[in-house]
Design a protein around this ligand. Structure first.
Ligand SMILES: Nc1ncnc2c1ncn2[C@@H]1O[C@H](COP(=O)(O)OP(=O)(O)O)[C@@H](O)[C@H]1O
Ligand SMILES: [Mg+2]
Length: 227
């Protein structure tokens, strides 16, 4: 698909409620993210950060507003399967790896249906090598450390070569040194491959690495101070 003009993420008046409207997790959010940017999303617990990422990833629908991500009109239900399969990758705080599968199988599973079997194995190995896990392709999640599991989760999120990578507190459960290595990896994706990064974080060290910080409060994106 050709690169769309303008921002890779464009939200206008996006509102998302839970509990029959009692909780306004997102309240008329306007947000533009430029292709190739590295954005940290910060704010207190419960302010809507995870909801924002889940909506941008089309994992969850919104009540109101316009949302165009990587050229897809997510509110108009424009090829959502294609969008999820090709344009966006997601990394969560907990790695969500399948426990009975090896590292390689956890990566391969997302290539089912889109990549032939023989190529899946090679692609999984290449991705695991990229995250410095090439020697652990046969290990199961229980045999890996938290940082190693998170690197497998990043390899899995990159399997479809997404232009936009969304990460929800990816270092939240890691010690500081391990967290730094995961961040190095995310940052190299941004600087070397041009992947647009949106990272939700509580960690000032993570936010300090981003080129831009989006502050949220009570379901709203706070106006940014001019530089
Ligand atoms: N599936 C859900 N059902 C009901 N309420 C939810 C659900 N997901 C999130 N919320 C509520 O929406 C608000 C925003 O949550 P969330 O996006 O998880 O915040 P954050 O990630 O910033 O901590 C909170 O009040 C939370 O309780
Ligand atoms: Mg959250």
């Amino acid at each position: 698909m050709s690169e769309p003009d303008g921002p890779i993420v464009r939200l206008r008046g996006v509102t998302k409620t839970f509990d029959a409207g009692r909780v306004r997790a997102l309240d008329a959010v306007d947000l533009d993210v430029d292709a190739g940017d590295f954005v940290a999303v910060v704010g207190p617990s419960g302010c809507g950060k995870s909801t924002l990422l889940n909506c941008i990833a089309a994992l969850d629908g919104v009540d109101e507003g316009e949302m165009v991500v990587a050229g897809h009109d997510l509110c108009g239900h424009d090829h959502l399967d294609e969008f999820r399969a090709h344009d966006v990758g997601l990394v969560f705080q907990l790695d969500n790896l399948l426990p009975s599968f090896t590292a390689a199988e956890n990566v391969e599973v997302v290539l089912l249906g889109s990549v032939p079997r023989s190529a899946r194995r090679a692609r999984a190995r290449e991705l695991l090598e990229f995250v410095c896990m090439g020697d652990r392709t046969g290990s199961r999640p229980t045999e890996l450390s938290g940082g190693e599991r998170q690197r497998v989760a990043i390899a899995r999120a990159l399997a479809n070569r997404p232009r936009l990578l969304l990460a929800d507190e990816p270092t939240g459960r890691l010690d500081s040194a391990t967290g730094q290595r995961v961040l190095d990896l995310l940052e190299s994706l941004n600087t070397e491959h041009g992947t647009t990064l949106m990272v939700v974080t509580h960690d000032p060290q993570v936010a300090a690495r981003a080129r831009r910080t989006v502050h949220m409060l009570d379901g709203r994106v706070e106006p940014e101070q001019p530089a």
